[in-house]
Design a protein around this ligand. Structure first.
Ligand code: MG
Length: 386
């Protein structure tokens, strides 16, 4: 039986890789709608190939979700614009294949609570979270999820993982270990303040959009992934570690309370994670490069340098502050990266802007769409002052 799919942000790199996965397995999927912010011609061409409806423009994602029914909605829009359509898709009972990490970063509590209430699943598309998801002992991305009082018994059971192969008395996770390529500036240049836009956009491993490429170079992207993991797997931030692994073969690991550590490995290809999010709980055949450990010979790992990558500590700080602090950090980062790409601020000013904004962040709850938007507005206004 084929799965009905909606793709939001279809013209981006995740969206186009998802289209590749889907057109390689036409019998497994039926794409009902695709949406893009711009790139009307490309969006319509893709829709044509897939036999889907095309939506383009500011409200494209919302319209695609509200006017169509699907089993799963792939959210791969840029930034906060993914939040409202994600909430709507949850409300309509669709599972969410989540690529837009800002949604979890800025509104993790809001969306996980909404999903638990509706009994829908979050299926990670990010390679690291997909790896963790695949290492978990059953097929849920959310365990053990805090149960909202209003959740129905079936929704609760679902949120705790169906099918659950065996009962899990309490979380068996001791630690999540996210791997990081380290980006282009792992060791050089010595003085990061000299970094140009062109250098920062040149990621050694993955080809992605400009915002996420800059975030990878500052390791803010990894910081966001820590917050995303915190919500997806309901693990406190102090149990989430980062290890630099430049080869990008081990995509992440889970250490369990009994001392066992499981990892997921594959040659770097984002289609592996995208496909698993779309086919879960099944695996289907794909033409991919096979892992050849003997040819690789060795894999290397090391701790990230906190001086070169101050964003990682800012993320821990924001999580410990709680409330809207992570949302404020994410908005501040969007603003700062935009300014850097425009040439208005230097490379090291990105982290400095975040630190400044976080130090002034007001205590705000983050339990509604309005609160998240308010936090976003506050951060931008605060940074624009200077
Ligand atoms: Mg990632």
């Amino acid at each position: 039986m084929s799965k009905k799919v909606i793709i939001l942000g279809v013209t981006g790199s995740i969206g186009m890789n998802a289209v590749d996965v889907i057109t390689s397995n036409p019998e497994s999927f039926e794409v009902v709608a695709v949406a893009a912010l711009r790139n009307k011609v490309q969006c319509e061409a893709v829709a044509n190939v897939l036999g889907a409806k095309a939506y383009v423009g500011e409200d494209a994602a919302i319209r695609a979700v509200s006017e169509n029914e699907a089993d799963i909605c792939l959210v791969s829009t840029v930034g906060l614009s993914g939040l409202a359509p994600t909430l709507l898709a949850i409300e309509k009972g669709m599972d969410i294949a989540l690529a837009t990490k800002e949604v979890m970063v800025m509104a993790g509590e809001l969306v996980t609570t909404a999903a638990a209430k509706k009994g829908v699943k979050f299926l990670p598309v990010d390679s690291e979270h997909s790896a963790i998801f695949q290492c978990l002992p059953h097929t849920s991305s959310q365990f053990p999820l805090p149960t909202p009082a209003s959740a129905s018994p079936s929704a609760t059971r679902f949120a705790r993982g169906i099918p659950s192969l065996f009962p899990i008395p309490s979380s068996p996770i001791k630690k999540l270990i996210l791997t990081a390529s380290g980006g282009p500036f792992l060791d050089k240049p010595d003085d990061l303040s000299t970094v140009t836009v062109a250098q920062a956009l040149n990621h050694p491993r993955w080809k992605m959009g400009p915002k996420v490429t800059i975030d990878s170079s500052t390791m803010m992207n990894k910081g966001f992934e820590m917050i995303e993991a915190r919500w997806l797997f309901n693990v406190p931030i102090d149990k989430i570690d980062i290890v630099v692994h430049p080869e990008s073969i081990v995509h992440s690991l889970v250490t369990f309370v009994d001392g066992a550590t499981l990892a997921q490995l594959s040659p770097p290809d984002m289609r592996v994670a995208i496909q698993y999010a779309l086919t879960h709980p099944n695996r289907i055949k794909a033409e991919r490069e096979e892992l050849d450990l003997a040819r690789l010979g060795s894999l290397t790992f090391r701790a990230p340098d906190p001086k070169r990558f101050p964003c990682l500590n800012l993320v821990r700080e924001a999580c410990n502050l709680g409330g809207c602090a992570p949302a404020i950090l994410a908005s501040a980062d969007e603003w700062a990266v935009e300014q850097f790409l425009k040439g208005s601020i230097g490379y090291m000013d990105i982290a400095k802007s975040l630190e400044r904004c976080l130090s002034k962040a007001p205590k705000m709850k983050c339990d509604s769409l309005e609160a998240v938007l308010e936090a976003d507005k506050w951060a931008r206004a605060e940074l624009s002052k200077n």
